[in-house]
Every structure is written in C-alpha cells, then in structure tokens.
Design a protein around this ligand. Structure first.
Ligand code: PGA
Length: 259
C-alpha cells in the first residue's frame, strides 16, 4: 500500500496564493512511486490548480461538496462538477461536523456520492475532548465509522481512506493537545477491528488508515512508524512548503526502512 501525505489547506490562500504555493511545492516535492502526495485547496482554486499541477507529483482533492449531482442547490458544488479536477474528497471532517452541523446521514450520502463519481473519499472520524474524558471514544469512533460507511459495499471498502482525527488534537481552534503514538495506535486497532467485523478480515486490511491532528515534521515519524499507519492528513503544517516536503521525505525514509 502507498503512503499518503495529504495537505488540507482549509480556508487559506487566495487563488493567486494557492497557485504560487503549488508552484513552490512542484519544484520541491520529489516524485516517489510509493508516496501519494495530495493537496486539498479551497474549492475556488481547484480548477486553475488542476491545470497547473503535475498529477504524477501532486494530486488534488476537494474539502467539501454536496451529494446530489446537479439541481437547485444554491451555493453548492457537486462531485459531478469537480470529478475531472480532483482525485480525492474529504468527508466528515470535524470542522464540517461541528461548525456546519453535518450529520452521519449527510456524511454517508457524501461518501456514496464520492465513490459514485470515481473519487476516493477520505472519511474523517474522531472524538472530542469531552467524549474522550467520558470514556466514549470507542462508541464515537464506531458510530462515525459505520455511520459514514453505511452505504459502502465490501467491494468498495478498499476505495475508501479512513482518517483518525481526534478533535482535541486538531490545531487552529485554540489549544490542541498532541496525540501520543499510543493513542493513535489504539484508535487504529479499534477501527481495523470494526472494519473486520463489518467487511471480513482480508477486505478490511485493504483500507488505508491515516492520522491527522497537529502533525509536523517533528512528530510525523512517530505516527508513520505505527504498523497500521498508511499516511497523514496535515492541516497547519501543509501551509509551510518546507514542513510539507520534509514530511514527504520522512514518509519515504520510513517506507524504505520498513521490513
Ligand atoms: P492540523 O489539522 O494539522 O492543523 O491539526 C489537521 C486537520 O484538520 O486535518
């Protein structure tokens, strides 16, 4: 399985700044066959960036979309409209769940729409600090995972990426606590167990599990070394070219050293 290094730019950069930043990345980012590098700009920048990028080096994703293909949905953008521009789509990010009140039902419809459109959904799941303190982590992860995957068949499960993103570890919303590799290992173990129970042992092994939440070049290796870790979803550090490229190099080194 490839290692995914995915940068979520969130609501940062103008179209011009996005283009300049991608230009910088294209010059710095090496192209490794076993590392999949993806950047996820603001929706408004994806068309120009899709013309600018070299997909062998850097692929694109979208941060959000509506699950219907076309119609009277003012202000929305569909998978049918972005599918030729991007390869990946983030679904169920905690900022969408908690700031924009997206439910598991909305998220399930989006996962299905992304698959229908031939994009790889990156389903984000993770507990809040309060849920963790109350010992609800396992229940929340189960609910969000099965809630989001409700319409995904065993045949399609290998086309979905699952990102464990504990809300308390995500930067940009006040204080964020850095998750320990052990916290992440436990969550991955649980996610894999649920996938196995739902889809069968072999099929469940094919689903890539990523970690996200305050990942930087200084801690990336500790997560990438986890057996079950197929990559990282990076917010803040993906806005700094040197950080992002350093993380790609770390991922390559970890991959090469893995037995
Ligand atoms: P962060 O964001 O790396 O800035 O914590 C991660 C994410 O929200 O995907």
């Amino acid at each position: 399985m490839k290692t995914y290094i995915i940068g979520n730019w969130k609501m940062n950069f103008t179209v011009g700044e996005s283009s300049l930043f991608l230009h910088k990345l294209l010059q710095k980012v090496p192209s490794y066959r076993d590392i999949e590098t993806v950047v996820i700009p603001s929706l408004i920048a994806i068309q120009s960036l899709s013309l600018q990028t070299d997909r062998r080096k850097i692929k694109l994703g979208c941060q959000n979309f509506y699950h219907q293909d076309f119609g009277a949905y003012t202000g929305e953008v569909s998978i049918a409209q972005v599918r030729s521009l991007v390869d990946y789509a983030i679904v169920g990010h905690s900022e969408r769940r908690y700031i924009f009140n997206e439910s598991d039902k909305d998220i399930r419809a989006k996962v299905a729409a992304a698959l229908r459109g031939g994009l790889t959904p990156i389903l984000c799941i993770g507990e809040t600090e309060a849920e963790r303190k109350d010992g609800e982590t396992a229940d929340v992860l189960r609910d969000q995972l099965l809630g989001g995957l409700g319409d995904v068949s065993a045949e399609d499960i290998s086309k979905v990426i699952v990102a464990y993103e504990p809300v308390w570890a995500i930067s940009g919303h006040g204080k964020a606590t850095v998750a320990s590799p052990l916290d992440v290992k436990d969550a991955f173990k649980l996610i894999r167990k649920i996938l196995k129970e739902t889809y069968g042992k072999e099929t469940a092994e094919e689903t890539a599990l990523l970690f996200g939440g305050s990942v930087k070049s200084t801690n990336a290796e500790s997560y990438l070394l986890l057996d079950d870790c197929s990559g990282l979803l990076i917010g803040g550090a993906s806005l700094i070219a040197s950080e992002f490229t350093d993380i790609i190099e770390i991922a390559k080194r970890v991959k090469d050293e893995r037995p």
